[in-house]
Structure formats: structure tokens, C-alpha cells
Design a protein. Structure first.
Length: 60
């Protein structure tokens, strides 16, 4: 959460939490690193499969 909310009657006061952006960065780094690792793995697998097909065709 980026902000703290304090209610006073019918008003609401918002205050930015200094640790909020750091928590968001940590979350995004975790999500991106996992997603990028999966993407890299799949791209390397696809490349190996494609390279293997070329090697077989080239040896005929």
C-alpha cells in the first residue's frame, strides 16, 4: 500500500508511505524475474529444437 488514510469526521487525510514504493519495486522485480526466466527457458528450448531440426536436415 502506497498511502495511509486517516479519517477525521467526513474528511480523509492521505499520507504517502515512504516504504510503499520500495515494496512495489520488490514485488515487480520478483514478478519480472520469474517471468523473464520462464521466457528465457522457453526461447532456449525453442532454439535447441530449431537447431536440432537443421542439424538433421543438413546431415542428409
Amino acid at each position: 500500500m502506497f498511502v495511509d488514510v486517516r479519517r477525521a469526521g467526513n474528511r480523509r487525510f492521505y499520507r504517502l508511505r515512504p516504504e510503499g514504493p520500495a515494496e512495489a519495486v520488490t514485488f515487480l522485480e520478483t514478478v519480472w524475474s520469474t517471468s523473464l526466466s520462464r521466457l528465457q527457458h522457453e526461447a532456449e528450448r525453442e532454439e535447441r529444437a530449431h537447431t536440432g531440426d537443421q542439424d538433421v536436415k543438413g546431415s542428409l
